[in-house]
Design a protein around this ligand. Structure first.
Ligand code: PEP
Ligand code: MG
Length: 576
């Protein structure tokens, strides 16, 4: 059986299925029959016993790995798990409100965690993530699903899931993942971004697949065309092998071209940089000869841990990247959490529209302590390489002013205490909101450079959620409105003598490249393994011709016409 999805990270793979159960699925039906209450109560007690046994085992392991004092935490977990308040809360919900056991467990843990978070007491606030952790373990046992981590796996697998949240992604041991297949998600969802960074093939948005596969099934992934084949026939295996061979051959040829500069036929050079999420992505960036790191998504450092990373931890991470890049520019984006990336240990209140809510720079302004710590770490690391800072999700000049003041005061503080800091660290901003586009001239006075976040800019200009399957046909960075915003950004930056990069997924899209080149973008930052293909295309185009082409494209009234013209251009020149 074949399914079609989006080719989110190119490559081929063949292996056994592992189904990642989704942690947040709600129980159906929403209410149970009176006759079923005993059953649900007994499920709770069995799951609680199992969780207690699991925690004892974790305590034993922790004693031998990290010592008795540190392991005490897990003994504390057992006390919380066995607490009367939890038992009574769950039983009451099942017996009196006829709520299914899994929902009851979720509700009880959430309400206790919420109460603890609201107390004016740091100790209790810090225990919120412990509550969430215990709740998740109990829920895993209630639902009889093994933890989402792949610890128990002996052999590498193809991971099949409804969707994978950024925090689930962090818990997955990527060395055991041959490929990803998700029912939902899009080219810019985080599983896609991480898969591309690690060169793990991924097909997303396949629609229902979990019901169609079982754990022992074997599947083929052709993540160049976005095809998934379940239990392939001999002829399908043969065709797959042929396509994989052709792909690998083409990839090898691209790598040869990649040693050459990204220069057009008429000698215009574009700087091609890599998007990374952590130090291990630097290897891929170097392998594909990135000119620098154009976007270091630092949120992964924060999601990787049960608590905020310290200044020293961050300093080491930024220093490692700066040193590994050997003097090439490294743009550290300050924390861009929120939207589809909440942090379990930060107090995120439920929001109707998280992408329009507490995210990016807004959190940095409300939590200057977090921002200052990150900035101090980055400034300290600036002595070891060529670091710049970049602020996401800016909508007003005031936000830039406030955050730049914190950066300045952190710099002065470090100087005063004798810490070495590069005094030329640039501070740029992402252009990813319509407000930023409408006030480009003012922003050009306060930012050292612009970087267009086309993933968000497309979502906000078109009012189209970047991760929604239902409106995927509306989410398109080739929409003339988005292209005009890119042109305005480039023109405003150049008028003010500043450079401009584009670091959304559009930067790795061959269909967008002729226009971006023609509009005069200075730098692109993209998934490292997309660099060779983009470089080859740049080398086959004339900048002067693309300037004329881009002028024509931004005048067109529809996405459809832009796409037709680009396809005609690329086909005529045999560029794809
Ligand atoms: C963007 O919005 O284009 C971007 C690069 O940032 P992120 O995808 O991390 O939101
Ligand atoms: Mg963004």
């Amino acid at each position: 059986m074949q399914l079609k999805g989006l080719p989110a990270s190119p490559g081929f793979s063949h292996g056994k299925v592992f189904i990642l159960s989704n942690t947040d699925e709600c129980s159906k039906p929403l209410a149970i029959d009176q006759a079923d209450t005993e059953n649900h109560i007994s499920k709770f007690y069995t799951a609680r016993d199992q969780t207690k046994a699991d925690l004892k085992e974790t305590y034993r392991l922790a004693c031998s790995k990290i010592g008795e004092a540190e392991a005490e935490l897990f003994e504390g977990y057992i006390d919380i798990l066995m607490d009367d308040e939890i038992e009574e809360g769950v039983i009451e919900r099942i017996q009196e409100k006829l709520i299914p056991v899994d929902t009851a467990v979720r509700e009880v843990f959430k309400s206790i965690a919420d109460e603890m978070g609201e107390l004016d007491n740091e100790y209790f606030k810090e225990r919120v993530s412990d509550m969430n952790d215990i709740g998740r373990q109990l829920l895993d046992n209630v639902l009889d699903r093994k933890s989402s981590s792949l610890d128990s796996l002996k052999e590498p697998v193809i991971l099949v899931a409804r969707d994978i949240t950024p925090s689930e992604m962090i818990r997955i041991d990527l060395s055991k993942v041959l490929a990803f297949v998700t029912e939902e998600g899009g080219m810019t969802s985080h599983v896609s971004i991480i898969a591309r960074g690690r060169e793990i093939p991924a097909v997303v948005a396949t629609g229902p697949i979990i019901d169609k596969v079982s754990p022992a099934d074997s599947i083929l992934i052709n993540a160049v065309e976005g095809v998934v084949v379940i239990n392939p026939s001999i002829s399908e295996l043969k065709l797959f092998a042929e396509k994989e061979f052709a792909y690998l051959k083409q990839h090898e040829e691209l790598l040869k071209v990649n040693a050459l500069p990204a220069r057009t036929l008429d000698h215009k050079v574009l700087s091609l940089n890599a998007n990374i999420g952590n130090i291990s992505d630097v290897r891929t960036a170097r392998k594909y000869r990135a000119d620098g790191i154009g976007l270091f998504r630092t949120e992964f450092l924060f999601m990787d841990k049960p608590e905020l990373p310290s200044e020293d931890e961050q300093f080491l991470a930024y220093k490692d990247v700066a040193e590994a890049m050997n003097g090439a520019p490294v743009i550290i984006r300050t924390l861009d959490i929120g939207g589809d990336k909440p942090l379990p240990y930060l107090d995120f209140k439920p929001e109707e529209n998280p992408f329009l809510g507490w995210r990016g720079a807004r959190i940095s302004i409300d939590r200057p302590d977090i921002f200052r710590t990150q900035v101090r770490a980055a400034l300290r690391a600036s002595a070891f390489g060529n670091i710049a800072l970049m602020i996401p999700m800016i909508t007003s000049i005031e936000e830039m002013t406030i955050l730049k003041e914190i950066i300045d005061s952190a710099r002065k503080e470090l100087y005063a205490s004798g810490v070495k800091v590069n005094d030329k660290v640039e501070v740029g901003m992402m252009i990813e909101t319509p407000a930023a586009v409408m006030m480009l001239d003012e922003f050009a006075e306060v930012a050292d450079f612009f970087s267009i976040g086309s993933n968000d800019l497309t979502q906000y200009i078109l009012a189209a959620d970047r991760n929604s399957a239902a409106i995927r046909h509306l989410y398109n960075s080739l929409h003339p409105a988005v292209l005009r915003a890119v042109k305005q950004t480039v023109d405003a930056a150049h008028k003010a003598g500043k450079w401009v990069c584009l670091c959304g997924e559009m930067a790795g899209d061959k269909h967008a490249l002729p226009i971006l080149l023609g509009l005069g973008i200075d730098k692109l930052s993209l998934s490292p393994n997309a660099i060779p293909g983009i470089k080859k295309l740049i080398r086959s185009l004339s900048f002067a011709e693309m300037q004329l082409f881009a002028e024509k494209m931004i005048e067109l009234p529809s996405t459809h016409e832009v796409q037709e013209n680009i396809l005609a251009l690329l086909k005529k020149e045999h560029k794809i």
